[in-house]
Ligand binder design. Structure first.
Ligand SMILES: [Ca+2]
Length: 178
């Protein structure tokens, strides 16, 4: 696999972490407020609706592995590593596994790849770089180009409207009529 792609992905994640960790208190860790801002600004409310207090509390608790009330860089990277280490034997399968892990049903329907037809743009999210990095890291799919990744992610997002709400349980307040 290309070391450059992995380095680029890591550099992006490090930059994002420090951009928010430096806002208040300890500059090397994320407070709950900083995490909320990072999620909603950089990841487009991915990992659950970060405006929802219960959802945010759960994400924060999951990330704060040593339960000291802050999320340090190691804890933050563990999440990214878990997502990009999720496996899958084909590009479509690997994409599906990562996307299903990251986005609930209602959220995935709000996006398409280029943000056309009044939807939000997935390509612009830092999360897309995480998905692409995961595909390059996976030995079964490491040969793919950026174009292949775009195709697989687009396809998954288009299919979102036909899938049932298999992630409904994660939502604190189900959204109707989407
Ligand atoms: Ca911690």
């Amino acid at each position: 696999m290309s070391i450059t792609d992995l380095q680029k992905g890591m550099a992006t994640l490090i930059t994002v972490f420090h951009k928010y960790s430096g806002k208040e208190g300890d500059k090397t860790t994320l407070s709950k407020g900083e995490l909320k801002e990072l999620l909603s600004t950089e990841l487009g409310d991915i990992l659950g609706k970060s405006s929802d207090k219960a959802a945010l509390d759960k994400i924060f608790k999951d990330l704060d592995a040593n339960a000291d009330g802050t999320v340090d860089f190691q804890e933050y990277i563990t999440l990214v590593a878990a997502v990009t280490d999720i496996g899958g034997a084909t590009v479509d399968e690997a994409t599906k596994r990562m996307m299903t892990f990251l986005l609930d049903h209602a959220l995935s329907r709000q996006y398409n790849f280029l943000g056309r037809n009044g939807k939000r743009e997935f390509k612009a999210l830092k999360l897309y770089e995480v998905i692409y990095g995961g595909l390059k890291k996976n030995a079964m799919t490491s040969q793919i180009t950026r174009k292949d990744a775009e195709k697989a992610v687009s396809k998954w997002l288009i299919g979102a409207r036909d899938r049932g709400g298999n992630r409904q349980a994660r939502q604190a307040t189900p959204q109707q009529g989407l």
